[in-house]
Write a protein that binds this ligand. Structure first.
Ligand SMILES: [Zn+2]
Length: 493
């Protein structure tokens, strides 16, 4: 956007820059957009096309430029597009596929882009509408109302224990602040303040409200109404949103029960969300049936599976009291707890290098040759860090690995084997030894350095999906038994 007299010299500059990289500016394909009062092409610009946008506005590279009315109209159209797409996704018969599309492909990149480029106050209602509709769609998918806590977990990144759902209300301040700083800094890094948009400090105020005060210069910028010493990394939205997520996560931890604290911390460890990141593919064994997937989504968000009145009801199989989250279902000794071993093995490691250890000799489940100098004896175990009968444990997986190591290592050494525990948790965690073995396996199966991350991801995803599929199956079975006993089987439909 420029005043009319400046246009010829601007075009001249663009033309010179283009020539330096071997390009030629084609003026006959350029359009001069103008406001009211201009009826003819000014001297020097005769080869340009003239287009009046005074009534409305126009879109340049997806950015609406024009009146507030025009911009809001465009945002309404974008919201309708998102809604249309989300409604179609909800009709998909496969829940895992629907979830994947809703969280990764339903036009959220466009939403984020618009929140960066549209004046902050104009974009607020749009962000609110998209956030509200996204939440509504997720509630339909999981068949349950979400509390504020559940929604916060959903909107955290998968790597921070969440579900990776983008909440436009939450990302709006960081999107606008980073985009504004980026623009102002690149125009002149010595006078950032002079080039900030008028509503920059409105966005900064909202951003500061969602950050730990000492974590960034945002509070002092806000107090002084001046952005001094902007660092290059602060021009990136990710830099700000990471600070927001840390604040959000800490806020959650300080407000939930010990059981939920343990779950959140467990889910935050690396690889736990691998099952949420897969593209469902039946041939690769990466699909999870709908009922199981629905229970797992609730499980990860900490949404109760049973109605409140179900707490304390006796388990149909063992008679012990039930809890509403499903903790008993994954611990009940009649729910096939130990069958999880074979499934995790079959999906992950067993396919690659399988050699079962005869049961009489069993201090372990698998003997793998070729990974280490000695045969490697692997003991797979799955633990629930928040059993209803004892205190929840933050590092249950690594403690279990240590315990297994102390228990079986010596007897394997006598047999000439190297012993390693391979411990997973019902929240999706991989123990340190398990993670290390996956890395070694991936190195063994990798044919080139470039393919290593792909092979490692493939193994991790296979194990993660197999693990969570069985956890989901146990939740579904337990829930089904409870509902049948209570004379109600509608929740699973
Ligand atoms: Zn039971």
């Amino acid at each position: 956007m420029a005043p009319l007299p400046a246009i010829p010299s601007l075009l001249h500059s663009i033309s010179s820059l283009s020539q330096q990289v071997g390009l030629r500016l084609n003026l006959s394909k350029c359009v001069l957009l103008h406001g009211p009062g201009i009826t003819s092409i000014p001297p020097g610009l005769q080869s340009l096309q003239l287009r009046d946008w005074s009534d409305n506005g126009t879109k340049v590279l997806g950015t609406p430029i024009g009146s507030q009315r025009y911009t809001l109209q465009l945002l309404t159209e974008k919201f309708d597009e998102c809604k249309f797409l989300a409604d179609r996704i909800l009709q998909l018969p496969h829940l895992q596929m629907a979830w994947r599309l809703l969280t990764h492909c339903s036009g959220f990149c466009k939403v984020n882009f618009l929140l960066r480029v549209v004046p902050y106050l104009w974009g607020q209602a749009f962000a609110e509408s998209v956030a509200g509709y996204t939440r509504l769609c997720i509630q339909k998918l999981i068949g349950s109302i979400m509390s504020t806590q559940n929604w916060t977990v959903a909107s955290l990144p998968i790597s921070m224990g969440g579900m990776g759902v983008q909440d436009p209300m939450w990302i709006h301040p960081s999107a606008y602040v980073s985009a504004s700083l980026n623009y102002a800094y690149n125009v002149s890094n010595n006078s950032v303040d002079a080039n900030l948009p008028p509503d920059f400090f409105d966005a900064l105020q909202d951003l500061v409200d969602g950050l730990t005060p000492s974590s960034s210069p945002a509070t002092s910028w806000l107090m002084s109404r001046s952005c001094s010493e902007v660092l290059p990394e602060q021009l990136k939205q990710k830099w700000w949103s990471n600070l927001q997520y840390v604040f959000q996560f800490q806020g959650l931890l300080s407000s939930v029960s010990l059981r939920d604290k343990v779950q959140l911390q467990c889910q935050k460890s690396s690889l736990t969300g691998a099952w949420l990141n897969v593209v469902p593919n039946a041939h690769l064994g990466l699909t999870i049936p709908c009922s199981e997937f629905k229970c797992l989504l609730r499980w990860r968000m900490g949404i109760s599976l049973l109605p409140v009145q179900g707490a304390g009801s006796p388990c149909v199989d063992c008679g012990k009291p039930l809890d509403i989250y499903g903790d008993h279902f994954v611990c009940c000794r009649y729910c096939g707890f130990w069958s999880r071993h074979s499934i995790a093995l079959a999906a992950g490691l067993g396919v690659q290098l399988e050699l079962s250890i005869p049961s009489k000799k069993r201090p372990a489940d698998l003997l793998i040759r070729g990974l280490e100098e000695e045969p490697l004896a692997l003991d797979v175990s799955i633990i629930h860090p928040a059993p209803p009968s004892s205190r929840p444990t933050f590092d249950a997986v690594s403690l279990r690995e240590t315990h297994k190591f102390q228990k079986y290592s010596d007897s394997c050494t006598v047999l000439g084997w190297l012993f390693r525990p391979f411990c997973l948790s019902t929240f999706g965690e991989f123990g340190p030894c398990a993670s290390d073995i996956i890395t070694r396996l991936a190195l063994l199966l990798t044919t080139s350095p470039q393919s290593f991350p792909i092979v490692r991801q493939r193994i991790t995803q296979s194990i993660s999906v197999a693990l969570m599929k069985v956890v989901g199956f146990q939740l579904v079975c337990g829930l089904h038994s409870y509902l049948c006993e209570a004379g109600d089987d509608t929740v699973l439909e």
